[in-house]
Ligand binder design. Structure first.
Ligand code: 2HA
Ligand code: ZN
Length: 253
């Protein structure tokens, strides 16, 4: 049995491909930089719900709240410019198995998920817990976890006096009035941890209740939301403010 690409699922995959293209064009996706997971449970369709697993991958951190949820996941080592051309050649559709102890790859290829999968799943688990508390279906919560390497925001993450949530947020608000409208809660500061580590994942979920966007020291940005294009737009606006900051400093202001 193979996955059937109904309209709503295909639209989600098209949006992922479009954002992957923007990431590459922006210069935020050198080599295999960045990764994306999108909860596609609402879009998967009855026809795909019982697909058998191509492969089952055990999870180091169990996520019982996510059992039965479906995700598009970029694959380990994939390039955003290749995802843009063919998202199902460089990504997988997965279902979290019963009790949240493993994930099943359903389509299209038997690829390894991104190394940031543990941190993405930890975030999806927080969204699921929020939804459960509010009495809504898990998939009605925030669907997207988006990680990228925006050059100017990474540059700002090196500046000592900006290395806290208040300072980085206020500076970006001051640089460009659009930022407050687009990211009203601000940008949370996350001190350096190894890429792909559970330490980075745990440090990131600390602020997930209050913040949708985080700056990972000397690494990149983590953005969450319901729609991938909207999450991209917010990171783009944050990065524009960072660019303006650098221009202002260059001008000696
Ligand atoms: O997937 O960006 O943080 C490559 C990365 C790791
Ligand atoms: Zn990264």
């Amino acid at each position: 049995m193979i996955l059937k690409y109904n309209g709503p699922l295909q639209m989600q995959i098209n949006d992922i491909a479009q954002v992957a293209d923007y990431m590459w064009q922006k210069g935020w996706a050198e080599r295999n930089a960045g990764n994306i997971t999108v909860n596609v449970t609402e879009f998967i369709g009855e026809e795909n719900k019982n697909l058998p697993a191509i492969t089952r991958i055990p999870l180091y951190h169990t996520v019982p709240e996510l059992a039965g949820q479906y995700y598009y996941v970029t694959s380990a080592g994939s390039r955003m410019r290749d995802i843009a051309r063919n998202p199902m050649d460089q990504g997988i559709i997965t279902r979290v198995a019963a009790e949240g102890k493993s994930i099943d790859i359903l389509a299209d290829k038997d690829l390894h998920p991104t190394i940031e999968l543990p941190s993405h799943l930890l975030m999806h688990q927080v969204f699921a817990q929020e939804a459960i508390q509010q009495g809504s279906p898990v998939s009605a919560g925030r669907r997207v976890v988006f990680h990228t390497h925006p050059t100017e925001l990474i540059a700002l993450s090196h500046i000592k006096e900006l290395q806290n949530t208040r300072a980085i947020t206020d500076t970006l608000y001051e640089m460009h009035s659009e930022v407050k409208i687009c990211v009203p809660r601000g940008l949370a500061w996350v001190p350096y941890e190894m890429p792909g580590s559970m330490e980075l994942a745990r440090a990131s979920i600390k602020d997930l209740k209050d913040f949708r966007f985080m700056l990972w020291e000397r690494h990149g940005v983590l953005g969450t939301g319901t729609n991938i294009l909207e999450v991209f737009d917010a990171v783009d606006t944050l990065n524009k403010a960072a660019k303006i900051y650098l221009y202002v400093r260059l001008l000696g202001k």
